[in-house]
Design a protein around this ligand. Structure first.
Ligand code: T5A
Length: 224
């Protein structure tokens, strides 16, 4: 069985990660690809239970280190139950947030020790590094306004409620990751309308798929 592809969407609140994941899934399915759309925290039954604890704010008083442990426990379950089996079965996995969210939210703005975090990351990810990470870049004010309009109420979750300066630091942290791992990360200007962002993403992903097909005759036949 030819290995599939693991693509993650990253960026601040309301950047459009879930919308663009669904849009890309539609495009790829129309091309005959087998696609799995998933998200973090969550994506497997065990990880979804941990998501509820984290996003309700119930773990906030335990501090960023304990939150990082919970995000990582959820990630480990998600990787082993959903992501790895799908990629090994030749599917394209599109995941809304993954390891960079922990690096940015718990690492940079949670100010956690880098060795502690990289140890946790190694256990949680267990070698399942994304083939491609799309970093949806947007002004935090715009993203937060989108997230709040979608929610339709004044009850931001555990992370949305933090002040805009923290969200600005997260934006910079994502851009730093993109600069330090250019072979994995592509920054997408997410301030455009949905169609513009989707076209930019397709412009990155479709050539990558073609490249993979061209280098693997078995895959070319399977998709054709
Ligand atoms: N977290 C997560 C950590 O701290 N550490 C971790 O390790 C992980 C994995 C997750 C929270 O957990 C934190 C980060 C987060 O704070 P969540 O509810 O899953 O919480 O939050 P997000 O992942 O940020 O999801 P959002 O739904 O807020 O943002 P998206 O997915 O980026 O945005 P989306 O697509 O839902 O769009 C939001 C709204 O904007 C509109 C959409 O229609 C929607 O209404 N929209 C646009 N409007 C105009 N133009 C566009 N181009 C638009 N794109 C989308």
């Amino acid at each position: 069985m030819t290995r599939g592809l693991f693509i993650t969407f990253e960026g601040g609140e309301g950047a459009g990660k879930s919308s663009q994941g669904e849009a890309l899934a539609g495009t790829l399915r129309a091309m005959g690809r087998d696609v799995v759309v998933t998200r973090e925290p969550g994506g497997s039954p065990g990880a979804e239970a941990i998501r509820n604890v984290l996003l309700s704010g119930a773990a906030e008083e335990l501090g960023p280190a304990m939150e990082a442990i919970l995000f990582s426990a959820a990630r480990s379950d998600h990787v082993e139950q959903v992501i790895r089996p799908a990629v090994e079965a030749g599917k394209i996995v599109l995941c809304d947030r993954f390891l960079d969210s922990t690096r940015v939210y718990q690492g940079v703005t949670g100010e956690l020790d880098a060795d502690f975090l990289s140890g946790l990351e190694a256990v949680a990810v267990n070698g399942m590094i994304p083939d491609l990470t799309l970093i949806l870049d947007i002004e935090p004010e715009t993203g937060l306004a989108r997230a709040s309009a979608r929610r339709g109420d004044d009850r931001p979750d555990r992370f949305e409620k933090e002040n805009v300066e923290i969200h600005r630091r997260r934006r910079e942290a994502y851009l730093d990751i993109a600069r330090s791992e250019p072979e994995r990360c592509v920054v997408i200007d997410a301030s455009r309308d949905n169609a513009g962002v989707a076209a930019a993403i397709a412009g990155v992903v479709i050539p990558l798929l073609q490249q993979m097909d061209d280098s693997n005759p078995a895959r070319r036949t399977a998709v054709a």
